[in-house]
Write a protein that binds this ligand. Sequence first.
Ligand code: NAP
Ligand code: ZN
Ligand code: ZN
Length: 353
Amino acid sequence: MTIKAYGAHAGNQPLESMDITRRTPGEHDIQIDIAYCGVCHSDLHQVRSEWGGTHYPCVPGHEIVGRVSAVGGQVSRFQTGDLVGVGCIVDSCRHCDECEEGLENYCDHMVGTYNGQTADAPGHTLGGYSQQIVVDQRYVLRIRHPEAQLAAVAPLLCAGITTYSPLRHWKVGPGQKVGVVGIGGLGHMGIKLAHAMGAHVVAFTTSESKREAAKALGAHEVVISRNEDDMAAHAKSFDFILNTVAAPHNLDAFFALLKRDGTMTLVGAPATPHPSPQVFNLIMKRRSLAGSLIGGIPETQEMLDFCAEHGIVADIEMIRADEINVAYERMLKGDVKYRFVIDNASLTAAHSS
Ligand code: NAP
Ligand code: ZN
Ligand code: ZN
């Protein structure tokens, strides 16, 4: 089936309207009419080949929500009309230790929702800046939020799980002081989730304009990370810091804020390396530096259900597909509170105008 999408033909070209094809649903497949798709900073890194290895045409988008429009003969978990989501993963090997444990995100053969290897044309997966997607039911999530919140649920499929998973893994909860660095798409979800888990949450931002806004998200305190005195006031006080920054920066400024045995986990994936941390900053207080990649399918469902139960959604700014290039430039300037979401109904209009 041929459908409308928005993507790029090369890393140095803007995204534009294009036609792509989707496979006819197989026995285990779900066909989804995409209602909304969030805009992740990874979309920008990938479409511009900042990490290298991007295949073109590249259609980004892995924060996908919509309605089931067809199911294969062996599909038991979903039916036509269900509200569903698709995140960053559309396939994996299904039998390695990671897949068996529901940690498909760490499977060596994980297939990303875009730029992953597939038998479908054109040989790599194409993401959610498109009218429809066809995905094996194993990788489809159920959405239990009210339909009116659907657009604001979309960013949970990447920004939500990428922050939820490390907060759970490092057992964030009541009595702990937790920092969230970088208040963008991921960071604003990190604040909401850490708050809901009962932690004392401190937001670190480079943007003075986000000070009050970060409190409204649930931060108990806000620190402008460029202000050395403000930073020093929090020395050796954090149990855990979640760092979502999309650019290389001085990690040592944050290590100094960790208590003995504290951990800073990086989820931000800059195109060029951070300056190396000072080893003494780690060894003197037995501090840890860690990383975390999205989350597995069962944990993504757990996160969606947790958010539905606690009334948590993303703060979004809705855009038409043909506004995506401007949205990328604004995202680079930190000028979005806090996630752009594409109204996929605009894909038809963008093409016919
Ligand atoms: P985003 O919305 O652009 O937010 C990033 C935030 O980082 C900005 O809002 C800004 O916050 C801060 N920042 C940006 N440039 C900075 C600089 N030069 N110095 C200090 N702070 C800076 O991006 P996002 O969608 O949240 O994604 C963040 C990163 O996570 C990206 O690299 C993305 O690829 C990566 N990511 C990783 C995973 C994973 O599984 N590990 C999943 C999704 C995304 P302030 O204005 O508050 O300072
Ligand atoms: Zn993402
Ligand atoms: Zn596997």
